[in-house]
Design a protein around this ligand. Structure first.
Ligand SMILES: [Ca+2]
Ligand SMILES: [Ca+2]
Ligand SMILES: [Ca+2]
Length: 152
């Protein structure tokens, strides 16, 4: 369904085409949203969103559109060095802050999360991977977000 939005038919989506695609799935993004998503869903790092990348991440973008304030807040909170990835050390720090979890428990949880959700195996969570953690881990993720919120 996105093919027709790719007006010059090269498989790449410019910002405008990308925005139109998002509207197709019921998401009316702001310019800030577009920039954020372009940054985080450009999986192959060529600076453009391909239709393929959009399709791969469509369930995440959909979830993002429903909970973006909550998710983006949580992501920013975990990404303490602001490099666009949540490294395990960053996550460990949040989890163990104020003795929320023991270091041992936190390490256990992290290794499970990495095993299940680090799709590309680079040992850190991209925004897309992080949203997937939140989507599939249910209770845990609510705890994570709540904890991050409480510590503002
Ligand atoms: Ca790309
Ligand atoms: Ca980081
Ligand atoms: Ca990863």
């Amino acid at each position: 369904m996105f093919k027709e939005k790719d007006t010059n038919d090269d498989g790449n989506l410019n910002s405008e085409e990308f925005e139109q695609c998002l509207q197709l799935v019921g998401f009316y993004p702001t310019t800030e949203d577009i920039e954020f998503l372009k940054k985080h869903f450009d999986t192959n790092g060529d600076g453009v969103i391909q239709i393929e990348e959009l399709l791969q991440n469509i369930h995440i973008i959909n979830e993002h559109s429903l909970h973006k304030d909550e998710f983006m807040d949580a992501f920013k909170k975990f990404d303490t060095n602001n490099d666009g990835y949540i490294r395990l050390a960053e996550m460990l720090k949040i989890l163990t802050i104020n003795s929320f979890m023991s270091v041992e428990d936190a390490r256990g949880l992290l290794s499970q999360l990495v095993k299940d959700h680090d799709q590309n195996g680079d040992g850190k969570f991209s925004y897309a991977e992080f949203v997937e953690v939140l989507m599939t881990e249910g209770k845990t993720s609510e705890d994570l977000i709540a904890h991050g919120e409480a510590d503002k």
